[in-house]
Design a protein around this ligand. Structure first.
Ligand SMILES: NC(=O)c1ccc[n+]([C@@H]2O[C@H](COP(=O)([O-])OP(=O)(O)OC[C@H]3O[C@@H](n4cnc5c(N)ncnc54)[C@H](O)[C@@H]3O)[C@@H](O)[C@H]2O)c1
Length: 437
């Protein structure tokens, strides 16, 4: 039987499988108390981490320099660990079905290197039941070992919020669940040793899986409601922001903002639960309706932009738009599943020439994934027919003054400020046309 003391003394090691936005912070945190191996199939990522370079932008070289994590892309190292934590991606495919290829392939690798009396904990976001129904059989088959006799499993969802320097991994309560009471005890002790905020013991693995997925569904739906209200209020000629400010004065009004819902969590996780619900004979209506609204928002913004251009005698066909921001949210470099791309595609349908500037996004990655060349220089005077501020990056808030934005755009300035970082009255006072969601 595994004992906490063996981990604390360094006799037993922990291996984190998948060193992305979730796995790397976790490996670094655990390494403050335990003997940690960090495994990733991406050889380039491992080479960079060995040189203390984190291309996700979450950690500085100094922070990585001081870590004791043993980084490797050799799966044999998994054998050296008695606790294996899996943090690989769980995206959806083109038709929004869960893509389990990463979690399955990680389970195959872990399974074929699994030692007797080990514990495997999944952190990837999944539907309730997936760990036991899909991952466990792979682990058993690959290892030849028997679940609950020769090895155990657990689940502990990650709630980290990349780019957020306040809610760091150690400050977020960690939900933990194991396949037996003893497994839950051990997982709770190990995470509890490094998570300042403490752990919450869920009664079983399925509950912990479901808790994670509904956290993101709730957020998705609340934003969908704001997006739907924004569409209605635009038609009624009412300013959504002003309505929300007024409504927020009630003690129990929940304040959310309309916006683009991209990335690999909020806009993706709901499909995991809806997929499972449909498998068991129920088609969720509210969750899918929310998804539908949020997926529609890029088109809505594109159409509104084009209407403004036409009304103000701007050229649409071969007109020029500058989009500021390409990442899926502010102050991060992550461009996966960014809805700015959907907005770009919608505008392209009108044959508009679009330039995109983002100081945080990695140019090579954007080119490789989306075939778009981000621009470096936005200083071309009176060049654009309209500007769209798509992402609330700190750099934009701090450096982009109204006179500067005005200098970029042919008269009149049209600015579509999705997240509302400019002052509407100021823009209008300067003769500009202002639109926000
Ligand atoms: N990023 C977030 O904000 C966040 C927050 C909470 C939960 N999650 C969930 O955590 C999981 C991981 O997300 P992420 O953002 O860290 O993903 P990521 O893409 O940043 O990182 C995943 C890493 O796993 C590696 N990998 C893929 N397949 C592998 C395999 N078979 N073996 C070993 N390594 C493999 C990749 O090379 C990559 O480095 C997902 O299920 C996600 O939904 C993410």
């Amino acid at each position: 039987m595994l004992s906490f003391d063996d981990f604390l003394s360094g006799k037993k090691a922990i291996c984190v499988v998948g060193l992305g936005y979730v796995g790397l912070p976790l490996a670094l945190l655990l390494s403050k108390k335990f003997n940690v191996i960090g495994f990733d199939i991406n050889d380039r990522r491992i080479k960079e981490l060995k040189k203390s370079i984190d291309t996700t932008g979450e950690f500085l070289t100094e922070e990585l320099n001081n870590s004791s994590v043993q980084f490797t892309s050799d799966e044999k190292f998994i054998k050296k660990a008695s606790l294996i934590i899996v943090a690989v991606p769980t995206p959806v495919d083109k038709i929004k079905n869960p893509d389990l290829s990463f979690v399955k392939s990680a389970s195959h690798r872990v399974g074929r290197n699994l030692q007797r009396d080990s514990l495997v904990v999944y952190e990837s976001t999944v539907w309730p039941g997936l760990t036991e129904e899909i991952c466990v059989p792979i682990l058993e088959k690959e290892s030849g070992l028997k679940w609950k006799k020769d090895f155990n499993v657990g689940y502990s969802p990650e709630r980290v919020n990349p780019g957020d320097k306040e809610h760091t991994i150690d400050k977020i309560v960690k939900v933990v669940a194991g396949d037996t009471e003893q497994t839950t005890d051990l997982i709770a002790k190990i995470y509890g040793a490094v998570i300042e905020a403490g752990v919450y013991r869920a009664s079983n693995i399925k509950t912990a899986e479901a808790a994670k997925v509904i956290e993101n569904i709730q957020r998705d739906l609340n934003i969908a409601l704001m997006n739907e209200l924004a569409i209605v209020f635009h038609k009624l000629g009412i300013d959504t922001k002003e309505v929300l400010e007024a409504a927020s004065t009630k003690w129990n009004f929940l304040r959310f903002e309309p916006g683009l819902v991209g990335g690999h969590c909020i806009g993706v996780d709901p499909y995991y639960l809806t997929h499972k619900a449909q498998q068991v004979g129920y088609t969720p209506q509210v969750i899918l309706a929310g998804r539908g609204i949020n997926e529609y928002i890029p088109r809505f913004i594109a159409e509104e932009t084009v209407k403004l251009m036409i009304k103000n005698d701007k050229k649409v066909n071969k007109g020029r738009i500058l989009i500021l921001g390409f990442t899926f949210k502010e102050n991060i470099s992550d461009v996966r599943n960014t809805k700015v791309y959907e907005l770009y595609k919608e505008l392209k349908e009108y044959n508009i020439d679009i330039h995109i500037y983002d100081p945080r996004a990695n140019k090579e990655e954007v080119k490789a994934y989306y075939g778009i060349d981000l621009i470096d220089d936005i200083g071309r005077k009176k060049f654009y027919d309209a500007l769209i501020i798509a992402v609330k990056h700190k750099e934009f808030i701090e450096n982009f003054t109204l006179p500067f934005l005005k200098s970029l755009c042919k008269e009149p300035l049209i600015v579509v400020d999705i997240k509302g970082i400019l002052n509407k009255k100021e823009v209008e006072k300067q003769g500009g046309i202002y639109w926000t969601l």
